[in-house]
Design a protein around this ligand. Structure first.
Ligand code: ARG
Length: 462
């Protein structure tokens, strides 16, 4: 085992339980590419300002690149005795190239280093989330464009409310994920700030160029305050919050898919590739993917609360508590990205049974509002129209009949305002297509919304 860089201060080694307790490389090893990118930028800057010779910087850059290749090939062994990814890479670099490796940490601390690495990691992963969100949005629009004419019962209180185009229902989710994508972009503005050069907390006496390293790493600017730079994890909390909201949206869609797929409902059939069987009940085809997406929301919410709590009341600046930031951030990103991808596949593969929807519309008095609207259109005050329609529904419930069974003679018994044209007025299709108000479910409006959604998707590509 290599000596720790700080071994000068200590006479004895670490207790093994303490070593196991304090190491973080088992988790932050995933930051190796960002750590190496940050070190390369730092080395080049040190050379520019005369703190490394050009040859030394070359040796550092070549050494770091070789280490990256070894890590990617799986031949690099991270040593938990060296705590974290930063020390593992630095110690190995020095073992390979000697003196220049020992100079790399000039004007730098692990405090600004780890903050830089995590920001680079979160930036890249959030770009991936934007991509995954766009793929899911595309799946929703594609499915919507196939289902404009599928009229389904729209629900409030999970009770039949008014008929809607199934495409309109799917596009409601498009809007949620569109807002999520917008939130990711907005969060990225605050993620993309460079802590590098803040050093331990106070800045450095060396003549470094923080603008140069910020630019080399694609950051928009160096962080303004060195203490804030090493102590701030707002960007991590914000990323996990954005993912929490995305997961919440996913959970609502997952829940609806589970309900639609339930035999009592039977509105959709899920693809075999996205369902599993039961070990005992031969007839089962379970919506496990949707259930797991719904279930994994808990992990991400938990990570959000874990992060907020870890940071609560921490005095400035860096505290070791903050090492606990990586797992929740990384796991939230992994979880949300997997769920987004799986949900896109589920949406694409789900078959909507329009015949089931048509039958369902016969039940539940779904066009009762339209009967009241019809009467109101004929001059009956809406409150009276509402009461009359309620009486009609009550009669149908007593007689175990549906709206489609009504005759004109019966209707005129309730109100003389009813005429033959009522029957065309209260079909589910007519009900849907009258809702031409902006954002409503009328099919021409839904088709326009689909075209607009496709254009918005075009505009998203980075
Ligand atoms: N492994 C540490 C972390 O993730 C890196 C920073 C350590 N800094 C320190 N002063 N101990 O937070």
């Amino acid at each position: 085992m290599a000596d720790k860089p700080w071994s000068g201060r200590f006479a004895e080694g670490l207790d093994p339980t303490v070593e196991a307790f304090t190491e973080s490389v088992s988790i932050d090893g995933r930051l190796y590419a960002e750590d190496i990118a940050g070190s390369i930028a730092h080395a080049r800057m040190l050379a520019r300002v005369g703190l490394l010779t050009a040859d030394e910087a070359e040796a550092v850059v070549a050494g770091l690149r070789a280490i990256r290749t070894d890590i990617e090939n799986g031949t690099f062994r991270f040593d938990p005795a060296l705590e974290d990814v930063h020390m593992n890479i630095e110690v190995e670099l020095t073992r390979r190239i000697g003196e220049p490796g020992k100079k790399l940490h000039t004007a730098r601390s692990r405090n600004d280093q780890v903050a830089t690495d995590l920001r680079l990691y979160v930036r890249q992963a959030l770009d991936g989330v934007r991509h995954d969100l766009a793929e899911l949005m595309r799946a929703l629009v594609d499915k919507a464009s196939q289902e404009v004419d599928t009229i389904v019962p729209g629900m409030t209180h999970l009770q039949f409310a008014q008929p809607v185009s199934f495409a309109h229902h799917l596009l409601a989710y498009f809007e949620m994920f569109a807002r999520d994508e917008e939130r990711v972009r907005d969060a990225l503005v605050r993620v993309n700030i460079s802590p590098l050069g803040a050093a331990a907390l106070a800045g450095t006496p060396f003549p470094i160029d923080r603008g140069m390293t910020a630019e080399a790493l694609g950051f928009s600017a160096p962080a303004r305050n060195s203490m804030d730079a090493v102590a701030d994890r707002d960007f991590a909390v914000e990323a996990v919050f954005v993912l929490s909201l995305t997961m919440q949206h996913l959970s609502r869609l997952a829940e609806e898919i589970i309900i639609w797929n339930a035999p009592f409902y039977g509105l959709v059939e899920l693809p075999d590739a996205y369902t599993t069987g039961s070990s005992i009940m031969p007839q089962k085809k379970n919506p496990d993917v949707a259930e797991l997406i719904r279930g994994k929301v808990g992990r991400v919410y938990g990570h959000l609360f874990g992060l907020l709590t870890m940071l609560k009341a921490l005095p400035l600046t860096y505290n070791r508590d903050m090492q606990e930031d990586k797992l929740p951030v990384m796991d939230s990103l992994d979880t949300a990205r997997a769920c987004l991808t799986l949900m896109a596949g589920l949406v694409r593969g789900m078959r909507v049974k329009s015949d089931v929807a048509r039958q369902a519309l016969q039940k539940g008095f779904i066009t009762a509002t339209d009967i009241a609207d019809y009467l109101a259109g004929k001059g009956v005050a809406f409150r009276d129209a509402h009461r009359i329609t309620g009486e009609i529904v009550a009669m149908l419930v007593r007689q175990n009949r549906t709206i489609a069974d009504l005759t004109l003679t019966e209707l005129t018994g309730f109100s003389t305002a009813f005429a033959e044209d009522v029957f065309a007025f209260i079909t589910p299709e007519a009900s849907v297509d009258r809702r031409l108000s902006y954002g409503g479910t009328a099919r021409p409006g839904v088709r326009a919304a689909i075209a607009e959604a496709r254009q918005r998707l075009e505009g998203l590509t980075p």
